[in-house]
Design a protein around this ligand. Sequence first.
Ligand code: D41
Length: 708
Amino acid sequence: MSEAVTRRVAELRATLDRLNVEYYVLDTPSLPDAEYDRLFAELARLEAEHPALADPDSPTQRVGASPASAFGAVRHVVPMLSLNNAFDDEDVIGFDRRARELLRAVLPADEPIDYSVEMKFDGLAISLRYEDGRFVQAATRGDGTTGEDVTANIRTIRSVPLRLARPLPGPLEVRGEVLMFKRDFERMNERQREAGEREFVNPRNAAAGSLRQLDPAMTAARPLRFFAYGLGQVGADWAPQVPARQSDLLGWLAGLGLPVGPRRTASGAAALLAAYREVLAGRAALPYDIDGVVYKVERQDFQAKLGFVARAPRYAIAHKFPAQEALTTLLAIDVQVGRTGVLTPVARLQPVFVGGTTVANATLHNEDEIRRKDLRIGDTVIVRRAGDVIPEVVAMVPDRRPPDAPGFVMPASCPVCGSAVMREPGEAASRCVGGLFCAAQRKQALRHYAQRRALDIEGLGDRMIEQLVDSGRVHSPADLYGLTAAELAALDRMGDKSAANLVESIERSRHTTLARFLFGLGIRHVGEEVARQLASDYGDLAALLAEDWDALIERKARIQKDNTRRRTKGEALAPVPLEGVGPEIVDSLRRFLAEPHNREVLEALQRAGVHWPVTERALQAPEGRLAGRTFVLTGTLPTMTRDEAAELIRAHGGSVSTSVSRKTHYVVAGTDAGSKLARATELGVAVIDEDGLRRLIESDPVPGDRGS
Ligand code: D41
């Protein structure tokens, strides 16, 4: 046997021993479970291949570590078993096949086995002991035979009943899982952050840490939950009452007042796999983390027949989901520049398979975030990708830090254009002050200008923008209008046909609305709604350019103050200019328009022929059929998108709002309408469907119209 193998085995044992202590005793795991599993499997394989290296003290020879001494020891009368894992379809098919073989004598050959399918909660296994229906003790699983007494802490969990719904005589041990809901975890971490305390990496660790608080008052402050999944010791008197099927047992536990998770039944391996895929698809929507599903043979008599191997039942198996956390190396931290000049640090990672995809990048948000996580280049980091959530660097692994790992400093000048980088006091974001001088911001600005909701230039994709800006051909949106089909066709991946199409859609974009145009300029804080209001209040760009913003702010304040007086006297209120457009937006507009460069772009765009023949003011002319009416759209409409419906309403002089109030005239509801519909009903606002909207435009009377 090679010396390398001996050394590797020793190294793995030392690492796993240390991880066991971190995990079971200190609750400060430094590695994701999947990584632990990988090391464990490697050691088990080496030991199997080299029997001479066997050692009764090897981490493979025991389950868990000795309990932390701070809590008293509790012996489990009925041992707490562990679950074998299945990682793929083959494992599940094999599990079902072995069970069928062992049950051959009692199961007709062509009959599938019935299983209960449960969530595999990602929490901590706990045993609750009731005597005569009263909660008397709780213990952790520990090594399966001896756990720790956590009675005082479990008592603080509100979902654990202190009395069962029926006072069953004698003992009843309920096995289940303690965990923390995702939203409770987020909220708790927010509090930890505000208090300057250590944040938890995930809900599981937070639950473990909370359960091991020596002061139960501390545990009480932590939002823990409990779900029951099985039984330990049961009183001999009424043991026959216990349902003989696992799914019925869960219902029976629920009847005693114990929380149980969602469950279903499935017959045969194919049905198990179908259930697995359904649960996996719905996993992100659950309020708690699950790391797989558990299949259990339904019939208790079959379970007894199947028995155990080495502390794990042969009647149950955990089918694990792909890990949502993995270890990888932080190769570099790059800085990206966004449309408004915000510099965002991005982690470049050694590509790693996590949460079902390969992850190579993750946003690090801002400088403070990197400092808080103490990330350095070369660090081993835990990467998490849960559901459709964007990948995230959760934490670094301290004892894997290479010596002299360089930290991150936000560059003082923009990596794209070299302009100064500024960070306003009280803001987390650092910004490049280069504005449209900065190529990165120019690219983003063009992307924003061309998007569907702005100038709607079809075919102007990222790659195109990239080439146009990098070649120096396009500096501002105005330059788009000088592009010819011939020069576009000369670009990478551009055929004659698509070049001609792009020129045509650029042409078409000349004819737009003032609101789309203003939105397309990408002025900070000027989103679609604000752009629409500016367009309808000013009617044209010239009026907007001529505005004296200081005077406007004063005028606004004066009218608002006067309106307060009028309101108390019950007089009619005067219209407030740019109502709902706050000082921050006005300030941003003023700055944008004061910039000579921006003025030049506006002029160039108008010279290029960009115009808005129909202004929003004209659209809202009182002669429109919907003039003076406010609409709120909700749900899925049968023939148009909500955006299209909004356009239609505005084209007929109506206005569209996002929230329902007493001022709302109509709620246009489609299928799956939610809270807005409920709110409309509550306030007595008329609810119509798409057809009703069309009739309103065609002026058929609509039932429930309250007029304006
Ligand atoms: O949700 C779970 N983590 C879970 C764990 C579950 N739903 N069922 C489980 N069933 C068992 C048996 C079949 C042995 C009663 C379990 C566990 N055991 C378990 N949890 C930790 C170790 C074993």
